[in-house]
Design a protein around this ligand. Structure first.
Ligand code: GLV
Ligand code: MN
Ligand code: MN
Length: 427
């Protein structure tokens, strides 16, 4: 019995979903729980219904469908998951590939009638990106008990709307309680979003874990005054403090060296006028490292410097943590099994940590979890030019299918032995 991935069918779905929230120059903007997200959810759940699967959603809008096992049970499925929300300048592949690739795996299994010992599910989780509401990985974090439901429902987005109101506005919240989806194992196919695989011409990244993430928002308050008349020693310039924090974040990353990274993604001044010293500056800093110890050192240095810069300017400063996740290691047996399966399919692979956050990290403490990466052209993501070629995607999905089938288990007879190919030909 041979499962053949139909890459054309998958690409049609990727492009169809990418049309929802399409941006004028390519890519798309489908922020979590927006009208575009609603349309994306409708399209994807429609495909799940077409496969004859029951679709379930929990109170925070996480959505899944389970193909029962050979005995008709849907308990403890092997779950393939990711997200269909995007950042404001997103591409067609980040998250979407893991969900639509999962649907392709299930459709290919249905086509050949492969029966499994464990059920197999595909899922998408609410607000993985954290671009509209913080923190990121919100839905999967709530589902796995790492984030508190009430706190997350109260989280107010960059547009002033709460998660709770946004869920109601698009009617995304379902009847299932938090934690209703209980995977036996969790697998996530994703684009790498960095340059490693492409640079080394490698087919597959076998992801060993995800680095720690620390997001802070600083609000610095000084005094608005006239840009022409106020002598420099009399100023309390919140903008200068913000600029100093940005440079310190950069310096920390330079001095600590890789894998330390630091990003100032948002900075806003009030009143934001050419001839007024800014009264208030608001900014975010994203720090990440694979080592929790080093990440803590980076945070301590940044936070101390922020206070010192603020004191010098006679400003006040407040810091709010927007997200904080420790580094996560994936299940070593599952990681090995992915590497072994890649080699059996004739694909080159490399074990590597993930620089980006993923829903898989929320499942890792609860069940064996791991991820498969495929290359990203020019290492670019969170950018409308994000791209992975269909033949590279086909390898990732075929590998996902192989690992899922082996996790789910089939009757080990000659006739039931299942092989997987990345070719569309079903003969
Ligand atoms: C999610 O995409 C993140 O890593 O920021
Ligand atoms: Mn993603
Ligand atoms: Mn992303």
């Amino acid at each position: 019995m041979s499962i053949s991935i139909n890459i054309e069918r998958l690409m049609v779905r990727i492009f169809a979903l990418g049309k929802i929230g399409a941006l004028p120059n390519g890519g798309c903007k489908r922020l979590a729980l927006s009208e575009e997200d609603k349309a994306g959810r409708t399209l994807v759940t429609g495909w799940l219904h077409e496969l004859g699967l029951e679709v379930h959603s929990d109170v925070i809008g996480n959505t899944w469908a389970i193909r029962p096992n050979r005995y008709g049970s849907t308990e403890h499925p092997v779950v393939m998951g990711s997200h269909i929300d995007t950042v404001g300048t997103g591409g067609l592949y980040d998250g979407n590939l893991g969900v639509l690739g999962g649907i392709e795996v299930i459709e290919s299994m249905i086509e050949v009638g492969v029966e499994t010992e464990r059920p197999v599910a595909v899922a998408f989780f609410t607000n993985e990106e954290g671009a509209r509401f913080q923190p990121d990985m919100m839905g999967s974090g709530v589902a796995q008990g790492a984030l508190d439901l009430a706190e997350m429902l109260a989280s107010v987005g960059i547009d002033g709307i709460s998660v709770s109101d946004a869920l109601d506005a698009i009617n995304a919240g379902g009847d299932e309680p938090v934690g209703a989806l209980k995977p036996s194992s969790y697998l996530e196919l994703h684009i790498e979003q960095g340059p490693v695989l492409e640079t080394q011409a490698i087919d597959i990244g076998v992801v060993t874990g995800v680095q720690g993430i620390s997001w802070s928002e600083f609000t610095i308050t000084g005094q608005a005054c006239h840009a022409g008349t106020t002598p420099m020693p009399m100023r309390h310039d919140s903008g200068v403090v913000a600029a100093g924090i940005a440079l310190e974040a950069w310096a920390i990353a330079q001095e600590f060296g890789a894998p330390q990274v630091a990003t100032v993604g948002r900075m806003r001044f009030e009143p934001d006028l050419v001839n007024v010293v800014p009264e208030e500056a608001r900014m975010t800093v994203d720090l990440r490292n694979t080592s929790e110890d080093t990440l803590r050192k980076a945070e301590a240095r940044l936070f101390a410097k922020a206070e010192a810069l603020s004191d010098v300017q006679g400003c006040t400063i407040k810091r709010q943590s927007l997200a904080r996740f420790e580094p996560v290691a994936f299940d070593s047996d599952l990681v090995e099994s992915i590497a072994q399966s890649a080699s059996e399919l004739g694909y080159t692979s490399l074990k590597m940590p993930s620089g980006a956050g993923h829903d898989a990290q929320m499942f890792a403490p609860q069940c064996p979890s791991a991820m498969i990466f495929v290359p990203s052209r020019d290492g670019i993501s969170h950018n409308i030019h994000e791209y992975t070629a269909p033949d590279q995607i086909a390898k990732g999905v075929a590998l996902l299918a192989k690992v899922v089938v082996s996790q789910a288990g089939t009757e080990q007879t000659q006739t039931q032995r299942v092989s997987v190919t990345d070719q569309g030909d079903k003969s």
